[in-house]
Write a protein of this length. Structure first.
Length: 99
């Protein structure tokens, strides 16, 4: 079933990219925007996990739903930390370069 979905997704039309458009875009701004969205998503997931834990204690939510929300927040946090670590490693590598 997954192979069918993959084949369908890959068989779609390929769009041509305008070379002038690539040069006019700001990759730093796009990266900053993506990073900002990731942090906002992490904050939302942490708030949902906290709310789910509180609702579980009050008996309004099942333990399984609370654990899923908490684990999603945990995975998002670990991903953001890994991105931060990669950015720091890249910065340190650039600083070691000799010009």
């Amino acid at each position: 079933m997954d192979a069918i979905r993959m084949k369908t997704a890959l068989s779609g039309p390929i769009e041509k990219v305008d070379a002038g458009k690539l040069n006019s875009e700001n990759p730093i701004g796009d990266f900053g925007k993506a990073l900002s969205q990731s942090i906002e998503e992490l904050n939302t997931r942490l708030a949902l996990a906290d709310q789910a834990a509180q609702e579980m204690v009050l008996g309004k939510k099942d333990i399984h739903e609370a654990m899923i929300a908490i684990e999603q927040a945990n995975l998002s946090l670990r991903m953001v930390i890994q991105v931060r670590n990669k950015m720091i490693a890249a910065y340190e590598e650039i600083m070691r370069m000799q010009f």
